[in-house]
Design a protein around this ligand. Structure first.
Ligand SMILES: Nc1nc2c(ncn2[C@@H]2O[C@H](COP(=O)(O)OP(=O)(O)OP(=O)(O)O)[C@@H](O)[C@H]2O)c(=O)[nH]1
Ligand SMILES: C[S@@+](CC[C@H](N)C(=O)[O-])C[C@H]1O[C@@H](n2cnc3c(N)ncnc32)[C@H](O)[C@@H]1O
Ligand code: SF4
Ligand code: SF4
Length: 353
């Protein structure tokens, strides 16, 4: 039998955080002066695909249902984040968020308790065609869709599933449902580099915003190697041979994606250069795992358990205080370039990108 390492991070009882030197402020401040305003909530570890840069072939071990946050618990924590901690936008991720049949219920619940706050989802879009309208009606405001290649064989090789048509249907359904802009995420790899210009041409034709992402050492198979990683500059050089690119910068200072206007604009292509042009010093993210722990950084194995407090009867004020403590002790950044770097225990699918 093959052993699958989902990774058991160090989950700390929330009260264990040292906050003795924390200034008294309601927001999610850390020791480096950053304030987290962007909440990313993973709602499941399950997925319909098995992307090689993320999941093991057999998928992640199932999390027992009672350990997952329920729709009501997610809604409560989102409300605490917005009303007590200054969160300004919320994104649902996973695993694959569409694997939860109650995604519409989660979105509708959040839309009710935090009206006006943007609610987005990052999804592989498998099956989205059947749910895009209902999600829009529930109050979802934006959708980012992962698509690494428009070549069917290459897509199947990268995701270990022959589902390209379902994803393309999902992208078109997202547009038809009125989500705008629809952003497309593609992970940069040696296997995707030769199709990158074709993928950009396809996205320009479809009117969706493509962003390439530098591959991070978050694959469950631990095969990432710096030497094999495709850096942003290599992609820029390649795309420049076919398109005229003009740098236009980030949507806001904390946005991971840098953007270039394509052929004079208004269409853009983005690059999320997490490794070679790290944006950790401007990070504004806080994360909740599907099991209700706060994760202050994608790469940090230290998690703070909110679920136990929530189920133990903690008030909103108490939950907010615990969350603040977790974020106060956030570290400076991922440290991928450090000699002693080791990847986190959880792989990307178990964190939510
Ligand atoms: N290193 C790092 N990478 C991140 C972080 N957030 C997102 N990413 C990377 O960016 C990719 C795309 O993220 P999305 O889920 O689309 O979110 P986003 O880019 O913030 O979304 P928009 O607000 O729509 O631009 C993720 O898959 C990650 O690879 C982060 O906090 N740190
Ligand atoms: C973990 S997935 C979860 C949401 C959904 N299943 C999807 O694929 O969009 C979120 C994002 O993480 C990205 N991702 C996964 N593994 C990655 C890695 N090793 N490096 C960089 N991005 C990665 C995916 O491309 C996707 O855009
Ligand atoms: S990147 Fe998204 S779609 Fe691909 S395996 Fe990971 S969770 Fe699933
Ligand atoms: S690696 Fe950590 S600190 Fe850096 S941007 Fe991502 S979440 Fe923020």
């Amino acid at each position: 039998m093959t052993a699958v390492h989902v990774g058991i991070p160090v989950v700390r009882p929330a009260a264990a955080e040292d906050v003795s030197d924390r200034p008294d402020t309601p927001v999610l401040l850390d020791r480096f002066g950053r304030v987290a305003r962007d909440l990313r909530v993973s709602i499941t570890e399950k997925c319909s695909l098995r992307c090689t840069y993320c999941m093991p072939e057999e998928g992640l071990p199932a999390i027992p249902r009672e350990r997952l946050l329920s729709a009501e618990e997610i809604v409560r924590l989102v409300a605490v984040g917005v009303h007590h901690l200054g969160i300004r936008e919320v994104r649902f991720t996973g695993g694959e968020p569409l694997m939860r049949r109650d995604l519409e219920q989660i979105v509708a619940g959040c839309a009710r308790v935090v009206p006006g706050v943007p609610l987005a989802v990052t999804t592989n879009a498998v099956g989205l065609a059947h749910r895009a309208d209902a999600l829009a009606r529930a109050g979802l405001t934006r959708v980012n869709i992962s698509l690494d290649s428009v070549d069917r064989a290459r897509f199947a090789q990268l995701t270990r599933r022959d589902r390209l048509d379902s994803v393309l249907d999902g992208i078109r359904a997202a547009k038809a449902a009125g989500f705008a802009p629809v952003k497309v995420n593609a992970v940069l790899m040696p296997q995707t580099l030769d199709g990158a210009a074709d993928l950009l041409a396809w996205c320009l034709d479809e009117g969706v915003q493509l962003r390439f992402i530098e591959q991070m050492p978050l694959d469950a198979d631990h095969e990432w190697a710096r030497a094999n990683m495709v850096p942003a500059q290599r992609l820029l050089d390649l795309l420049s041979a076919r398109f005229a690119l003009t740098e236009v910068g980030r949507e806001d200072p904390s946005a991971p994606a840098e953007r270039w206007a394509v052929d004079g604009g208004p269409a853009t292509v983005g690059i999320i250069a997490s490794v070679t042009r790290s944006f950790c010093s401007d990070c504004d993210r806080t994360r909740l795992t599907s099991e209700g722990t706060v994760r202050s950084c994608l790469f940090s194995d230290r998690e703070t358990d909110l679920r136990a407090a929530l189920r133990g009867g903690a008030s909103d004020d108490e939950l907010a205080a615990l969350w603040r403590g977790a974020m106060w002790n956030k570290w400076a950044g991922h440290g991928i370039d450090a000699a002693d770097f080791t990847p986190p225990q959880r792989s990307m699918g178990a964190i939510g990108g």
